[in-house]
Design a protein around this ligand. Structure first.
Ligand SMILES: Nc1ncnc2c1ncn2[C@@H]1O[C@H](COP(=O)(O)OP(=O)(O)OP(=O)(O)O)[C@@H](O)[C@H]1O
Ligand SMILES: [Mg+2]
Length: 363
């Protein structure tokens, strides 16, 4: 039995997901710990996603604060399970993405792995994306290989959809290399708009979006972004889809009711997922959804309506808690690194070949 910890701090900046995972080699989730992102740290990390003064020192300080939170959470998780640091083989720590620009040859996740190892006494594996980017890949998404490992051995054409800040699909068919790519914004614009308009961090259950109506002219304008017209391998981030991007589109159009903008953003998320799926794997039998977006009932209903021939459900139907798939993936990726197992998939990222991902900071 080998225990690993996965730490995921996603683009939504909602919080840190910490998962204790057992690999026997069957993958199972043993225990979890969630830390909501403190407002001050969220503001600072969000600020670091674009250029600003003194950003090198600011990012160094922000990652120290981030690591202190992560280490506290890891200790709490170990205590709850009556485990000691030496019972855990490694922590896979994704860190916080502050830049993702594979076209310019870099992606940056901060999270001071040396300090995390020091504060926990556990080996840390981090910086999972850079090697794939160095090999000419997108560095994202990295989860398709894990989705395949998690759901392997099942028949049929299935897809796994993660709706985090951004949405990404993994396409899993028997006897074919797993495929996958980012579809576009998942929750990021929905969160940004409701925050600007109503000072809430997210649209609970998609209720606010459900109260509005889709504005076709706005939807058409948003869909004209070149990202949606490009075929994979592709990945995206806050550099492309952010509040100024939305504001720029809105400035060319008549004024819309705020809830209608939210309804249109939800439709954008749903349509870009469905169009991506239909063009890449039109005969999908089953779409399994994970990530925070699975709780957005309006979005889930819209996906099911747009895909009448595909069974749309949460990964929970296979006993996999949809809120913990990403954190589990980074526990698994740490294991792959320590075992020298390549974990990128050139069919997904476009890298020149298979690569072992991550950098190791021994305990
Ligand atoms: N009950 C809910 N109703 C609507 N949306 C929800 C609900 N719960 C969570 N969400 C959405 O999910 C988001 C968080 O999702 P998640 O943690 O999977 O994303 P992430 O941290 O950005 O991860 P990723 O790395 O996949 O981008 C929240 O910001 C919110 O938009
Ligand atoms: Mg999250």
């Amino acid at each position: 039995m080998a225990l690993y910890i996965g730490v995921m701090s996603g683009t939504s900046l909602d919080g840190l997901d910490i998962a204790l995972v057992e690999l026997t080699p069957a993958i199972s989730l043993v225990a979890t710990h969630y830390i909501p992102m403190p407002d001050a740290l969220r503001t600072e990390l969000f600020g670091l996603c674009s250029s600003g003064p003194d950003e090198i020192a600011r990012s160094a300080i922000a990652q120290q604060n981030w690591v202190c939170l992560a280490a506290q959470g890891i200790h709490a998780l170990l205590d709850s399970q009556k485990l000691k640091p030496e019972d855990v083989r490694a922590i896979g720590s994704h860190g916080q993405t502050i830049r993702h620009e594979p076209a310019r040859g870099f992606t940056v996740q901060i999270g001071n792995p040396a300090l995390l190892s020091e504060l926990t006494g556990i080996t840390v594996v981090s910086d999972f994306r850079s090697r794939d980017v160095a090999a000419g890949g997108q560095g994202a998404p990295l989860v398709p290989a894990f989705h395949e490992a998690l759901f392997e051995g099942r028949t049929g054409h299935r897809a796994v959809l993660n709706v985090g800040g951004f949405s990404n699909l993994s396409l899993i068919e028997p006897e074919k290399p797993v495929a996958g790519f980012d579809c576009g914004p998942g929750n990021v614009l929905l969160d940004a708009w409701i925050h600007q308009q109503r000072h809430e961090h997210f649209d609970r259950d998609g209720q606010w979006a459900a109260s509005g109506k889709v504005e076709p002219t706005l939807l058409r304008a948003l869909l004209s972004d070149p990202f949606f017209l490009t075929k994979g391998p592709k990945s995206t981030g806050r550099e492309v889809f952010n509040l100024p991007w939305l504001t720029r589109h809105l400035s060319h159009l008549p004024v819309f009711a705020a809830e209608d903008v939210q309804a249109t953003l939800l439709e954008l998320t749903a349509l870009t997922i469905v169009e991506s799926l239909q063009s890449a794997q039109p005969d999908t039998d089953e779409l399994l959804v994970c990530g925070g977006g699975v709780h957005n009932r309006t979005l889930m209903k819209r996906l099911a309506d747009l895909l009448p021939d595909t069974k749309v459900s949460s990964t929970a139907v296979y006993g996999v808690d949809p809120d913990w798939v990403e954190a589990m993936a980074f526990a698994w990726l740490a294991h792959c690194c320590l075992e020298n197992i390549p974990a990128n998939r050139p069919s997904v990222t476009g890298a020149r070949g298979l690569r072992v991902l991550g950098a190791i900071y021994p305990a």
